[in-house]
Design a protein around this ligand. Structure first.
Ligand SMILES: Nc1ncnc2c1ncn2[C@@H]1O[C@H](COP(=O)(O)OP(=O)(O)OP(=O)(O)O)[C@@H](O)[C@H]1O
Ligand SMILES: Nc1ncnc2c1ncn2[C@@H]1O[C@H](COP(=O)(O)OP(=O)(O)OP(=O)(O)O)[C@@H](O)[C@H]1O
Ligand SMILES: [Mg+2]
Ligand SMILES: [Mg+2]
Lengths: 224, 224
């Protein structure tokens, strides 16, 4: 369902080039629950962004839902992403001038869902993550963990088949984090593919497969 | 060294008022290592901001270094903060147009430290948190955990007596997070006062005192 073949990613920062990923090959099959671990700076977010079609590899092939996405137009890439992929960003990436309700409705808007249905589906997701009484707040009127949950709600509202979550419990207490994990486990039981970057052993424990990164390379992959 | 007396904090969001803190009283003594825990949204960041002079209480008294800070001019508040307090923000708050080196030098600049000494002290702190090879990167050219460490370096560079850290290991793997904790423990051994908001049991375990919040109130305080 998502695949990297000999992917390398190099950032050029002024005079120095940073190799964030080096010759990474990985195949993600439908229905897996994968935990990606590794030290800070080892390339986890970079790998997730390329898998989720949000960033381009410097070299190598990227396959998403059977299509080589370098051979697909930018519009088609965006369409595939919006219909099939949910992405929870490490820095949340909420729009600061929009309320939680408006932020969570955004993917439904892109998918052409009508106003009434959009409102209801977004509101339901907002309640599922425990933000029912914060739906009309702006991001700066939320706590850190509330922003994280708003980002999670937005990623899941369009019921994507493939979910990428970059450290989704980093700002949550154990109880709230556990509830979010239960949510991911439930979605996995229903057949969705889940890929989570995490430092949390509890999260990694729930995964069916673990991939470890170091210095831009995969150093361990437990496979099925 | 820092004290809240019957502090209440109410935010008014349009039509609805949110009581983030309700009648909170706490005394922080010099040399303590305090862990503040509690569910997402319970008021931890709000309490830290008011203790660290970054936000005002709606009612109640706030004492920092023996001075009632509501009776002090805004300039004097800023001066006390810059000289005596280091604050690691939950959202990092790095300046996006400045490099890591420039961001970390900022508190030294405000303290009137000369250019050469500023550069050296900032660079040393940057190396202590493991960012020596990222000093000339901009925040968007860093991983999440690298941004967190840049925020930590900036908070500590002016050698403050009172350190507030809002979930400083949330984006760090266990090993890197452990190194940061060792740093805080070392600073504590040297006599500094440390207040950390955390969801991490490992962090809480190193504290000499634990304060638990729920719904804007202190529900438990282990004291000395
Ligand atoms: N500007 C604001 N306007 C309205 N409500 C706010 C504002 N800032 C914070 N709040 C609310 O105040 C409450 C406490 O927020 P705070 O950031 O202190 O929580 P926290 O304990 O740090 O949570 P977390 O663990 O998620 O970071 C939250 O319920 C939040 O929604
Ligand atoms: N735009 C950029 N320009 C230069 N280097 C970058 C850029 N973005 C990321 N990097 C570097 O690429 C490396 C990998 O970054 P990445 O964000 O994938 O790490 P990570 O494993 O997610 O780390 P963390 O656990 O801290 O979030 C880091 O060393 C980082 O400094
Ligand atoms: Mg990352
Ligand atoms: Mg907080």
């Amino acid at each position: 369902v998502a695949c990297l073949e000999h992917v390398t990613k190099v950032y050029s920062t002024g005079s120095v080039a940073v190799t964030a990923l080096e010759d990474v090959s990985v195949e993600i099959r439908a229905g897996e629950f994968i935990a990606i671990t590794g030290p800070s700076g080892s390339g986890k977010s970079t790998m997730m962004h390329i898998l989720g079609c949000l960033d381009r590899a410097t070299s190598g092939r990227v396959i998403l839902e059977g299509r080589d996405i370098s051979e697909v137009t930018a519009n088609e890439r965006a369409r595939i992403r919006n219909a099939r992929v949910g992405f929870v960003f490490q820095a949340f990436n909420l729009l600061s001038r929009f309320t939680v309700q408006q932020n969570v409705e955004l993917p439904l808007m892109y998918a052409g869902v009508g106003r009434r249905e959009r409102w209801e589906r977004a509101r339901r997701m907002i309640e599922v993550v425990g933000l029912g009484d914060r739906a009309d707040h702006l991001p700066q009127q939320l706590s850190g963990g509330q922003r994280q949950r708003a980002a999670i709600a937005r990623a899941l509202v369009n019921d994507p088949a493939l979910i990428f979550a970059d450290e989704p419990t980093g700002n949550l207490d154990t109880k709230t984090g556990g509830q979010i994990l239960d949510l991911f486990s439930e979605l996995h039981k229903q057949g969705r593919t889940i890929v989570i970057v995490t430092h949390d052993a509890e999260v990694a424990a729930r995964a069916t497969r673990r991939i470890a990164l170091r210095d831009g390379r995969i150093i361990r992959d437990s496979g099925w």
